[in-house]
Design a protein around this ligand. Structure first.
Ligand SMILES: [Zn+2]
Length: 212
C-alpha cells in the first residue's frame, strides 16, 4: 500500500511537471511565430489601407547624421565622409584663376548642409557659380560659399539665421559645372568688412573638413 501511494505521488508530480511545462512550450512556440511574423512583416492584403504606410516608411530612409570634422565644421554634403574628400584647392581653373575651393562630388539632389552656424548673406545666381549661397559664420568675418546648386531649401532667404547641419540647398551642376558633373563647389574666405562679403582671403576648406 505504501509503495502504491508512493507511485501515485510520483505519477502526480510527473503529470504536474508536464502540465507546468506546457505553457512554457506554448509561449516559446508563440514567440517563434511572432518573431517570424516580425521578420517577414505583417501580410498586406489588397485594399488593406492600414498597412499602406509600411511601404512608404521603407522608401523614406532617415537622413544620415551630419559628419562633424575636428575643426567643428560639418561636411557640407549629406552622407560624405572625410575620406571621400579631395584637396582641389590649388587646382588651376583657366585664365590664371586658382580654384580656391574644393569640389565635393555627390549625386544630383543630395542635401547641402550649412557647414557652421551663422546667417545667410545672399542667394545669388551667377554665370560661373550657378545657384549659390553666401553664408556668414558666427565670427562675422568668415564667409562660406556654396555653388552649382540644383536648388535652395524651401523658404531659405537672405538674413535668415541657419544652424550647423541645416539643409540649405541641393547638389547640382548649375553655372559653369560640366553638365552632369554634379558637385558642391565649397569655398571659405575671411573678410575685413562683411558688407564686402564677396571679396576676401581664401582659406583651404580641405584640412578643416578632412582633418590633418
Ligand atoms: Zn569648384
Amino acid at each position: 500500500m505504501i509503495r502504491f501511494v508512493a507511485l501515485l505521488l510520483l505519477a502526480t508530480m510527473w503529470i504536474g511537471c508536464r502540465i507546468e511545462d506546457r505553457p512554457a512550450d506554448a509561449a516559446i512556440r508563440d514567440a517563434t511565430v511572432a518573431d517570424t511574423l516580425l521578420a517577414v512583416g505583417p501580410p498586406v492584403l489588397a485594399g488593406d489601407t492600414t498597412h499602406v504606410d509600411t511601404a512608404e516608411a521603407a522608401i523614406a530612409e532617415p537622413p544620415a547624421p551630419p559628419v562633424v570634422a575636428p575643426s567643428g565644421l560639418v561636411i557640407p554634403v549629406e552622407g560624405i565622409q572625410p575620406a571621400d574628400l579631395a584637396n582641389t584647392f590649388d587646382d588651376a581653373r583657366g585664365q590664371g584663376r586658382e580654384h580656391d575651393a574644393i569640389d565635393i562630388i555627390a549625386p544630383h539632389g543630395t542635401p547641402v548642409l550649412a557647414a557652421t552656424d551663422g546667417r545667410i548673406l545672399r542667394l545669388f545666381e551667377s554665370e560661373r557659380g550657378g545657384l549659390t549661397i553666401y553664408q556668414l559664420g558666427p565670427d562675422s568675418r568668415t564667409v562660406y560659399y556654396y555653388a552649382h546648386l540644383n536648388g535652395y531649401a524651401d523658404g531659405l532667404a537672405a538674413e535668415q539665421p541657419v544652424r550647423r547641419g541645416q539643409v540649405i540647398g541641393f547638389v547640382g551642376d548649375t553655372g559653369n559645372a560640366v553638365p552632369g558633373n554634379h558637385h558642391l563647389h565649397f569655398a571659405i574666405w575671411t573678410v575685413d568688412d562683411p558688407a564686402q562679403f564677396w571679396d576676401g582671403t581664401p582659406i583651404n576648406p580641405y584640412p578643416l573638413l578632412a582633418g590633418p
